[in-house]
Design a binder for this molecule. Structure first.
Ligand code: PEP
Ligand code: MN
Length: 343
């Protein structure tokens, strides 16, 4: 159930509604928009059936939310969510590019890449310290040492950092270093992990699981938001289909559908979708044309020597070209992409 309040509703009237909802065992989630305040009722809606909401002072309308996700739905919050990540605004008119190597490696890859992507116009640095690898014998990341290197790269470039957290036991540790959590495709339905990052106040980049429907992705976002953290960024990174020419199939329609259904920012990761650097720029262009709020791109100075995902990583010059390619497209759809910062 969502309750839309009259523009002149008083704080006492809002509190009265919160109390009534609480008495029925549900939680009231208040969203104060620029024009309207909306109360979302979280819990068993059938318990509210007998409450004559329209007769309660301050209420303009009350309607059930038909989708299983509530806090993530557009009916709950009609205006787009804007998220501040260490001074970078996500979800506004600027298309935000997150870039960096797949893994933080025990060499200077991260530092070189951080400077290069910043100079090309990226606003956020990525790099995995905890890597979910299909084989346990593959490089699984540097752990805390990788987080320390991310911190140094942030200090050197000023770029905020996002890195994956794989385990509830490591959330606290990652929180201490990172400016945002990344929940990977393989953990996108790890509900305990989603709940855990939902208790923190840093943004969460939530990748779409490789066999998750759009509705399931929104339910995963709901897990995070329902714990008190509204700063979720959805990331379409390709899903598994019968097609084998690319690593995954980029579901570009998901961008359009998600913007219809949710107020959360929607990013596209063309690197994991393509699995091949040759396709990354074209998919990035398609994503921006379709209205993506940002991109997440893997970049490496020497992809042949990358510890993970070299095949899909762009060299610095190719990444700079990607940035040039998306600028006019962003403009054509009423958005913009930052110019590179000179070092
Ligand atoms: C990654 O970003 O390096 C990664 C592992 O992505 P995904 O979870 O989308 O596979
Ligand atoms: Mn990767």
């Amino acid at each position: 159930m969502i309750i839309v309040l009259r523009p002149d509703a008083t704080e006492e009237q809002i509190q009265h509604l919160v109390d009534i909802i609480g008495e029925k065992g549900l939680r009231a989630h208040i969203s104060r928009g620029t024009e309207r305040t909306i109360i979302g009722c979280i819990g068993d809606e059938s318990k509210l059936q007998d409450i004559p909401f329209l007769a309660i002072p301050g209420v303009e309308s009350a309607m059930p939310i038909l989708e299983p996700y509530k806090l993530a739905s557009k009916s709950f919050r009609p205006e787009k969510t804007r998220i501040n990540m260490r001074g970078v605004e996500i979800g506004g008119d600027e298309v935000i590019v997150v870039a960096g190597p797949c893994s933080v490696e025990p060499n200077d890859t991260l530092f070189q890449t951080a400077h290069a992507v910043r100079e090309a116009g990226a606003k956020i640095l990525r790099g995995g310290a905890f890597k979910p690898r299909t084989s346990p014998y593959d490089f699984c990341g540097l752990g805390e040492e990788g987080l320390r290197m991310l911190d140094e790269a942030r200090q050197a470039t000023g770029l905020p950092i996002v890195t994956e957290v794989m385990d509830t036991r490591e959330v606290e540790l990652v929180y201490r270093y990172a400016d945002a959590f990344q929940i990977g495709a393989r953990n996108a339905q790890n509900f305990n992990l989603l709940r855990e990052v939902g208790k923190y106040d840093k943004p969460v980049f939530l990748k779409r699981g490789m066999s998750m429907t759009i509705k399931e992705l929104l339910m995963s976002a709901e897990y995070v938001i329902s714990q008190g953290n509204p700063n979720v960024i959805l990331v379409e990174r390709g899903i598994r289909t019968f097609e084998t020419a690319t690593r995954n199939t980029l579901d570009i329609a998901a961008v359009a559908v998600l913007h219809e259904k949710t107020h959360l920012p929607v990013f596209v990761d063309p690197s994991h979708a393509a699995g091949d650097w040759r396709y990354v720029t074209k998919l990035a262009c398609a994503a921006v044309a379709c209205g993506a709020d940002g991109l997440m791109v893997e970049v490496h100075p020497n992809p042949e020597r990358a510890f993970s995902d070299g095949a899909q990583s762009l060299k610095f010059t190719k990444f700079a070209k990607l940035m040039e390619a998306i600028r006019p497209i962003a403009q054509a759809v009423g958005r913009w992409v930052a110019e590179g910062a000179k070092s």
